[in-house]
Design a protein around this ligand. Structure first.
Ligand code: SF4
Ligand code: SF4
Length: 414
């Protein structure tokens, strides 16, 4: 639907607001959010509130309507927790609870997802049953943090709800100045491009650093993300402090028989225009029914491998590249991670221990050097990459240079 046609349909009254069902109060401003072409969270809230007769959701809708009238937000934070945990629950108290007592509290439990977001239907159903018993029933799957967000519970019910979830095997994620919930792509479970076991590595670090996740002791948030190949499906380069991305050394694997099948099916012109011509470093050539790659020029952008699956695959000598310092907004704006470890094998328990040691030393360096509320990328930017590498005992390498110096009069003065 084009924006123009959707506007016309709205004017004609298409997509009318859903009825308030008798249980809810009138919310004319919120109702307008249901009339656009997109699914509306207001419709979801109303349906759930009417079905469960949730006075909490009714109060939240009333307060939101009032917020729209007054153009003011009325939630404030605070501290809500469960025994043994210093983090994992986002507190929301209403500052106008005298006006909307039903919305006095609306706290969120951050629940850690399984690596690669693999669930069974039963595990999700059991979780939903517990949540509907104690909380509002509203779930965001998944929030920006990567967690399952169980939204809307009172302080009085938090402990019992958590205990029941915990018995089912769920645990709280990070919040505040902690090691936050990590994210991993589906990896080798369902993706042929995976260059390492994203799920196993995620699980290893999750369990190793569990104390830092539950007890706020860091300068600010710290996130790991795990992508199985340079496609980076978890957006780790820009959304995590430590991006662990699968890669390979040496040549791309070529199955020329499969290349021939692509040529037969799609035609040489298509492969020439859509694969060969789009290689950013012009490293590929199509010769008849075969492909040649000058692997010295390949920058592992994944384009040809994505386009010709089965025919082309990441090479056999696989491992990871580690980038540090990515983040979104706050102090100095969005930052991409800087490449710190060009290649590292990640197959054996010994390799995993090396990664754990690397992460531990990095968190310690950051905790020693960061200002309050400063992500590690910001600390590195403030004190300099050289100081970070010295602190970590890492030798600078040519692989860390993004672009050669092009001004002969400029000289770095570290
Ligand atoms: Fe597959 Fe790579 Fe995406 Fe992971 S990052 S799901 S390995 S394409
Ligand atoms: Fe070119 Fe990218 Fe394929 Fe490497 S992965 S050969 S850079 S298209």
């Amino acid at each position: 639907m084009t924006p123009k046609s959707s506007t016309l349909e709205n004017k004609k009254g298409a997509g009318q607001a859903k009825s308030n069902g008798g249980f809810l109060h009138e919310t004319p401003l919120l109702d307008r959010l249901e009339t656009g072409p997109w699914p509306s969270f207001i419709t979801g809230f109303k349906e759930l509130a009417n079905r469960t007769h949730s006075t909490m959701l009714r109060g939240v809708l009333d307060q939101l309507e009032y917020s729209y009238e007054t153009k003011t937000g009325y939630w404030k934070g605070g501290t809500v927790g469960v025994r043994g945990y210093g983090a994992g629950i986002i507190a929301r108290f209403s500052v106008i609870s005298n006006k909307f007592p039903e919305a006095a509290e609306f706290h969120t439990l951050r629940v850690q997802p399984a690596p690669g977001l693999h669930y069974t239907s039963k595990s999700l159903r059991d979780m939903c049953d517990v949540w509907e018993k104690h909380g509002s029933g509203v779930i965001a799957l998944h929030g920006q943090s990567g967690d399952i967000m169980l939204q809307g519970i009172t302080q009085a019910k938090t402990q019992e709800c958590f205990d029941e979830l915990n018995k089912l095997g769920w645990d709280l994620g990070g919040a505040g100045p902690t090691l936050r919930t990590s994210a991993s792509c589906v990896g080798p479970a369902r993706c042929e491009q995976a260059c390492y076991d994203t799920l196993g590595v995620h699980h290893k670090l999750l369990t190793h650093f569990v104390d830092l996740t539950h007890r706020p002791s860091l300068p600010y948030k710290f996130k790991f993300k795990f992508s199985g190949c340079p496609n980076d499906c978890t957006n780790s380069i820009m959304r995590s402090d430590v991006a662990v991305i699968g890669t390979w050394r040496g040549d791309i694997d070529i199955d020329q028989a499969e290349v021939g099948k692509y040529v037969d099916q799609l035609g040489s012109d298509y492969i020439q225009n859509s694969v060969v011509a789009l290689c950013p470093t012009k490293a590929i050539r199509l010769k008849g029914r075969e492909i040649e790659i000058d692997n010295r020029d390949c920058v592992r952008c994944m384009h040809c491998i994505n386009a010709l699956t089965k025919a082309l695959s990441p090479g056999g000598d696989r491992g990871v590249t580690i980038l540090v310092g990515g983040k979104g907004h706050l102090k100095v704006g969005n930052m991409l991670g800087s490449m710190i470890v060009p290649f590292m094998k990640l197959e054996t328990d010994e390799d995993l221990e090396k990664l754990v040691d690397f992460g531990t030393r990095m968190i310690e360096w950051w905790a020693d050097n960061a200002l309050d509320h400063e992500r590690i990328g910001e600390t590195i930017e403030r004190v300099g990459m050289q100081a970070f590498l010295d602190g970590m005992g890492i030798e600078p390498t040519i692989d860390m240079v993004e672009a050669p110096r092009d001004n002969p009069f400029f000289k770095a003065t570290y």
